[in-house]
Design a binder for this molecule. Structure first.
Ligand SMILES: [Fe+2]
Length: 300
């Protein structure tokens, strides 16, 4: 769900707070939580205004036209599953196509939800989608994820069987991490893969992270800018790494394939958390944007 796109030149660095949790900011979460059920899901808004549909149409059109050469093929192939680009779709309609493809379904939520509720939904192959859309004034940047980010950024890859399994495994891992007090470390994995991940393909680097795919400015930056640092996927390294929350990411992590991602994250993380904590205690966290000696860097 959560993704932050660049807003200012500030260089805030998050120490790893879960990117899906409300209540960690200075203000209450946006959204009407009175209508939420105990699992934080709700009915999708019955209607949207003409202006809201228009915002969605403009966002969709701007983002879709720049996908070729920047987004991974699996994502491009599945964007059509979102339905017509001119109106905010009904989540149930997408679920009807998604269930037979990978067994996932979409559920509406009022906004950011607590991480345990988020993990529980993912573990049940239910993807929470915020049901409100940003205002026209927020066209280029919205602080909290809205329906465009959640749908356009996240849902196409839920049609990919391997990535769909990864998302469920992440949910199950999150429930376990909650018991191990390791959500901060796991959140870094989510941030650097699901939200801001890059994948190496025979045609060059491509984005698969939702925060990139739903951002007009960071998508080309992440794939093509010589200023961006890009290093190879390394689970333990990523869990040690701090990240930015209100500007472009200073560095991106590159996978070779979704199979690699799924395989690397399939084992029980209990010993991994202990190992990473010990490394942090000994050598510290890795600053956002740092590239370590000997680390493999990717250039566009
Ligand atoms: Fe997100």
């Amino acid at each position: 769900m959560k993704a932050l796109t660049p807003r200012t030149a500030s260089r805030a660095v998050n120490r790893g707070a879960a990117p899906v949790t409300y209540g960690t900011g200075d203000r209450p979460p946006r959204g009407d939580y009175a209508r939420a059920r105990s699992d934080y899901t709700c009915e999708q808004a019955a209607t949207y205004s003409a202006a809201e549909h228009e915002t969605y149409r403009r966002l969709f059109a701007r983002q879709r036209q720049q996908l070729p050469g920047l987004a991974c093929e699996e994502f491009i192939a599945a964007v059509q599953q979102l339905g017509g680009p001119d109106r905010i779709p009904r989540l149930d309609d997408i679920s009807q196509r998604l269930r037979p493809a990978t067994g996932w379904e979409l559920v509406a939520v009022p906004g950011l939800i607590p991480e345990e509720a988020f993990f529980a939904l993912l573990a049940a192959r239910r993807f929470p989608v915020t049901d409100w859309i940003r205002t026209p004034q927020e066209f280029d940047y919205v602080v909290e994820p809205d329906i465009f980010h959640d749908l356009f950024g996240h849902v196409p890859l839920l049609f990919n069987p391997v990535f769909a399994d990864y998302m469920q495994a992440y949910g199950r891992g999150g429930l376990k991490a909650s018991r191990l007090d390791a959500c901060e470390l796991l959140a870094r994995l989510y941030w650097t893969t699901v939200e801001f991940g890059l994948i190496a393909t025979p045609h060059g680097l491509r984005a698969y992270g939702a925060g990139l795919l739903s951002s007009a400015a960071e998508l080309p930056h992440s794939v093509r800018s010589p200023q961006a640092r890009r290093v190879a996927f390394d689970l333990r390294r990523m869990m040690r790494s701090r990240y930015r929350i209100d500007s472009f990411q200073a560095s991106y992590f590159v996978i070779d394939s979704f199979d690699q991602l799924f395989a690397a994250t399939a084992p029980d993380f209990t010993p991994v958390y202990a190992e990473v904590r010990a490394t942090i205690a000994r050598s510290g966290e890795i600053e956002a944007g740092a590239v370590l000696p000997g680390e493999r860097e990717f250039t566009p």
